[in-house]
Ligand binder design. Sequence first.
Ligand code: ADP
Ligand code: MG
Length: 313
Amino acid sequence: MTSEFQIIRRHFARPARTAALGIGDDAALVRPRAGRVLAVTTDMLLEGRHFFRGADAESLGHKALAVNLSDLAAMGADPRWALLSIALPKADERWLAAFSRGFFRLARRFGTELIGGDTTRGSLAISITAIGEVPEKLALRRDAARAGDDVWLSSATGEAALGLAHLKGRVKLSGKSRSDCLARLHAPEPRVKLGRALRGLARSAIDVSDGLLADLGHIAEASGVAAELRWEDLPRAKAIAECGNAALAKACLLSGGDDYELVFTAPRPKRSRIEALGASRIGAIVKGRPAVRVRDARGRAVPAPRAGFDHFA
Ligand code: ADP
Ligand code: MG
């Protein structure tokens, strides 16, 4: 029988590089760099709720970390450390090796060190806590948008949700559309570099995990402003443009979750510098009660599909 400690030693413990004390004691010890505050976030993935039973272990290792690094990116923080709590129905060596491969490949790319966690038997569940650093005044908060700001999006939304619709049999994708959407769903790329580059440029930011309208709505609420989006200016992935189901494409674009793009606001004088980072300008922040509206080029309201994914709906 494999013990909890063998699992940790074989699959997760690595020598500490940047932590003052890493895995193996009651708690890890970390030291933030001078002048930085810690950005701390946690996200849980449950089998049957956030991923299908039998999901690929390597993708899960990637995605469980990616969704947390995305939260750090949305704060403009540099990832530094992570904690991994995992419940496993059994000690499956091949599963664990694949999971840890996916986890560490992404961790290495973004300089994230695993410094602790918890391992227990139970229905498959993964909870990761990620810790990053950011100069306090430059953190990209949800409550800092102002009337007059532009609204920006890092890249097209909707492919992850379209991939999920494909898996659920609601649409049939093939070729590159299919592989693009499934890659987006299973192996999202956290926009860490962009988040960091937006320090001092963007005023507020959030990552799109629950849908563009829902997540931008959180910025509007927290900042006490309204957002107006231009329908024609929303970037569209090829798979969305060509999926042959306009209603579904629209729902994915506006309300599809799991893309992990960044939506952010910035003052107008920063336009050229943000354009140079490859983001798309999709609208503006205006005075008024918190809301997100979408209008077409002729000024007509584009009716929004049902708001984003609510875990308790
Ligand atoms: P404790 O009983 O003090 O909570 P544990 O026996 O749970 O300690 O864990 C032993 C050490 O291994 C701790 O340093 C803990 O942070 C680490 N650890 C446990 N599970 C994991 C994991 N899945 N990934 C990384 N580190 C882990
Ligand atoms: Mg423990």
